[in-house]
Ligand binder design. Structure first.
Ligand SMILES: [Fe+2]
Ligand SMILES: [Fe+2]
Length: 343
């Protein structure tokens, strides 16, 4: 089967965006300082863009194929290289040693550089640079280290697929930015920055798994006469990447609250009774949703329409304090998102 462009026409992509179309609680906020139009979080939206419309039969066939592979458990999983699997197992053991983990990580080309980039980013930097992986790992901590091993593995699974190269880079870099924002916001609003980092880094992992499945199970051309972007992807696969993401997160034992965040990062409709820790499942989902929205406002992700952050369902649910300290806290975020890793 071949993906082909039928016609280019204006598509109202807000219809494909469940984060915009979801039901919001009927809570009215008073006009207050945080609602000032000058703040980056009160965003007028990007102009509408053209998205290629695909042959509907191909689109449905692909969706049905992925759905049936999901149901039968035969969707290709994202494989973790042997040395990194060993590192993850080490991290899961009670008496692990970061030096041994570092030795394993150093066997993967470029991976040490990604760790150093995160540890020296504005999220984690303490004002002096860290150049050595053995110093970086304890600073990052076990959960962040594991998260970085997962996203690196996902990236490597798609390496060399020139059809989706740019899209993979966009998804991975967006995921890093969401992880950084969610983790930063969690320091003030949630109290579990490590889980927020992991949920942020893995929230769109389903997109990478779908691309892997497409590459392996469909006869795609070597080149397309249009760019496969995040917007195209959202139009072809509305809401599918959340389900696939849960499948991958479960396979990796990322934990049920991370699964909740992956499943609900667009709809924020969490049924707490499904989880051992309902509060954590809800808050991690809200935080990931907010991180995703902020990243997209700041141009680090898919197109987004008008947003007023303090009227977003997730922010209302978390009951963020509207104060000058909150404003100062949020004002730092645009300076944190200029983060790009080498692909
Ligand atoms: Fe998403
Ligand atoms: Fe996202």
């Amino acid at each position: 089967m071949v993906l082909k462009k039928k016609v280019i026409k204006k598509v109202d992509i807000s219809k494909t965006d469940s984060s915009i179309s979801r039901q919001k609680p009927n809570i009215r906020l008073q006009m207050s300082d945080v609602e000032n139009d000058d703040y980056w979080w009160n965003f007028k939206g990007y102009p509408p863009i053209d998205v290629p419309e695909f042959d509907a039969i191909d689109k449905n066939l692909i969706i049905n194929d992925i759905q049936s592979r999901l149901a039968s458990g035969s969707l290709p999983i994202i494989e973790i290289p042997e040395n990194l699997l060993k590192a993850i197992r080490l991290l899961d053991s009670p008496d692990f040693d970061f030096h041994r983990v570092a030795d394993l990580i150093e066997r993967s080309p470029g991976l040490a550089g990604e760790f150093l980039k995160v540890v020296n980013s504005p999220l984690m930097s303490r004002g002096y640079p860290i150049h050595d992986l053995k110093n970086a790992l304890p600073r990052l901590g076990k959960v962040k280290v594991k998260s970085l091993l997962y996203i690196y593995s996902a990236k490597m699974n798609l390496k060399g697929n020139s059809l989706f190269d740019e899209l993979v880079a966009d998804i991975v870099n967006h995921s890093y930015v969401v992880a950084i924002i969610s983790s930063y916001l969690s320091q003030r609003f949630f109290a579990d920055p490590d889980s927020a980092f992991m949920a942020g880094l893995l929230h769109d992992i389903g997109k990478l798994a779908i691309l892997k499945s497409l590459s392996e199970n469909f006869n795609l051309p070597k080149k397309l006469d249009f760019k496969v972007t995040n917007e195209t992807f959202a139009y072809i696969f509305p809401e599918l990447h959340e389900q696939v993401g849960v499948y991958i997160a479960r396979h990796w034992n990322a934990g049920e609250t991370v699964e909740a965040a992956v499943r609900h990062h667009h709809d924020v409709c969490v049924d707490g009774s499904m989880y051992d820790d309902p509060d954590m499942a809800e808050k991690l989902s809200y935080m990931t949703n907010i991180g995703d929205t902020c990243a997209r406002i700041l141009g680090k992700g898919r197109w987004i329409g008008p947003v007023r952050l303090f009227r977003e369902a997730a922010v209302i649910q978390m009951d963020w304090e509207q104060s000058w300290t909150t404003i100062e806290y949020l004002n730092v975020i645009p300076g944190m998102v200029d983060f790009k890793i080498d692909m």
